[in-house]
Design a protein around this ligand. Sequence first.
Ligand code: 6MZ
Length: 383
Amino acid sequence: MQIQKKNFILLSVALLNKQQKLSLVFDNKNTQFISLKIYLASMIGIAKGLTQDFVKKAPKIELHAHLNGCVRRQTLFEIAQRKQINVDFSIFDLRNIKGAFSIFQLIHQVLRDLSDIRRVSREVLEDFKDQNVAYLELRTTPKSCELGTYTKEQYLATVIDEIQKFQQLHGDKMQARLLVSIDRGRPLDDARSTLNHILKLKNNNLIAGIDFSGNPSKSTFKEYEQLLEQARKEGFKITIHVAELEGDEYLQESFDIVNFKPDRLGHFNFYNQELYNKVRQLDIPIEMCPTSNFYTVNMKSLSEHHFKEFFYQGHTINLNTDDTCVFDTDITQEHFKMIQAFNLSEDEFKQLLLRSSNMIFDQSYRPLLQQRINEYFSSSQKQ
Ligand code: 6MZ
């Protein structure tokens, strides 16, 4: 969501029939013509309408999903009931960033045992596989349980163990990797101990990198910068949540984060022209989470999404769920909604997935991933 919206004009001319839409996207600043799309699908069949089924079956890439934010609601409910934990499930109706953080608190309260963490990890991996995700980077914050039922080390070992098992059983269908999250809502000491712990697991090739996330209003990036720099020097790839909130202090922080040059950025909701130019120039890939962004930005429609300001410029971006439980979504919906919002063609959908494959942290899997994407689209064209 660019703060100076004037720089971009999305001109949509609705023709006689509502389904016939002429969309012109211009970059006003250098009057460069970016994209002209004629959507006359229903009338003369130029564009091929993409069905939800086609999108579901496509080999997709999920790079921004928080483990506990993706717990099945049913599982959460069952565990809470079994343990007689009294929780107010009406908070799931809160569709904003503040609401999201109270939901995380609730989820963390319910998942009290290592067996819960094991079950949730297994189910979340299965859910992404069932959506035909071909490559997943799942992230989670290693934590101990306040009730003393598990330590941070046990938590991490359990998640890794489930990923390992999954790989053995289903690695041909979906490759899964772990990103270890540092939660800025927790004290710096906690982040330090997480880093020390994962340094011992440096050679574990299931760990693909580090994520910096959590409630942006609780601390500043600067407090953690040195630690993240240390992690980078140790060879970890880094993705950072950025510009989730609007306001001058967050804009300044976004500059700090972009200047740090992380390997990827998460969300990137709010920016001005200067920040936009910087990200374009540094060519930092962006993990976008349409539904989550829709609620945090308070958009009227997904066609306002900053996707348009990057996709048509050829920037490396991808689409993700963020928290399937919190935002009541899945990875097929995230793609399908954006295909609808921007009238993406089959070829544009394919380009989006190929671009996404360029930003995965385990690049050793990229050739196979691209092969799967190419095969899917070439076989679909023959039908
Ligand atoms: C910032 C988010 C987030 O780590 O317990 N998290 N941080 N912005 C978001 N977008 C709304 N969604 C999730 O998963 C839950 C944790 O992920 C981070 C928060 O720190 C949350 O507590 P794990 O598996």
